[in-house]
Design a protein around this ligand. Sequence first.
Ligand code: SF4
Length: 405
Amino acid sequence: MTLSPTSSTSSTSDVGHRTSDFSASDFSALSAYFHIPFCETKCVYCDFYSIEDRSSQSKFVSLLKKEIALKIEEHPELLGRELHTIFFGGGTPSLLSPEELSSIISEIKKNFIIARDVEFTLECNPGTVTLEKLSGYRKLGVNRLSFGVQSFNADELQWLSRIHSADEARIAIKLAREAGFENVSLDLMFALPNQTKEKLSYSLDEALALGTDHISAYNLTVEEGTPLNRMVKLGQVGEMAQEEAAELFEMVQTRLAEAGYSQYEISNYAKSPATRAHHNLVYWDGFKEYVSFGPSAHEFLGGMRAWNVSSLEQYGAMIEGGKLPRINSEELPIENRKTEVLFCQLRATGIALRQFKKIFGEDLLRHAELPMLLHEGMVVVEGDYLKLTKKGYRFCDGVVIRLMK
Ligand code: SF4
């Protein structure tokens, strides 16, 4: 079952306009995630599902479109829901040609309404873009690019096995501006083994010089099953001590704040509320629904979490067999939901206290740990929200554990 467009638009962009007679008030807002499972090479630290063999990329685009149609067959209530955020992640979505992306967008538009003010993000690897490609994405309605830069130090980029140089990252962001993108984000990593303050400071200087609208700065974590994990187990690489990593975290917070970026999540900083990552804010809300497509993608619909198989082969076989490529789904018990909401909301814009009390029956303002957390400067109460402070962001897990007592 698909929704056929009933009206055309004269926009320069393919998205951002209604393609049917549904009115916005008929349906509640929804977000959509699309996982593109290809990378030129695997980075040493990465545990996201992706493969280097791109020979099946065009077949994958057809499968992804079929998955959208299958999803609507299984969930007819989704037909015509309005998408407020769309996120193409991966993997490396910037390996898609504008033509491939256009074909996926056409399928999206047959089944959903794309909101006029949609935030439409596409993750880019700086080593995979040209002005022509970026202009093509912009014409299709992508209005936010997120570049995985990670570092501006050549030795760090090489150690992380990134395919691009620092110069290519600088050029990619300039090209994004030339292509008309007004909302550009850049990812950095810190707490790399043996990373000095000077090296991190240089990367921050270079990132700030580019003036992107948003910066994500992630503490490198060693994930199970990655080459980095094996290197650590073999003693070839040592992880940075926690105190040292906390010092670098504080340096990131201070430098970005001085440059006018406001921290609104543990790892995320925006020049203004408008340039926050609204798609990710949906995840961190803990209650909002999102639908997802592609191998390994996770979704949250009707109180159920569900996730797809992390294998392109199985993904294809299931879709060709007329089945959604789902590997599992669950409805979390209330206690687990409570932990999840605590963690998700606290790490971002804060716990909505009245909503939390209404749903979980607990008044966090009367929590036994709260006076001490306030005294230690870990949290503040602002209006209806319990929020982490700059210091609290560095100790988020510990704060959540204390609030779970
Ligand atoms: S480019 Fe991104 S998704 Fe691909 S391997 Fe590297 S970190 Fe992972």
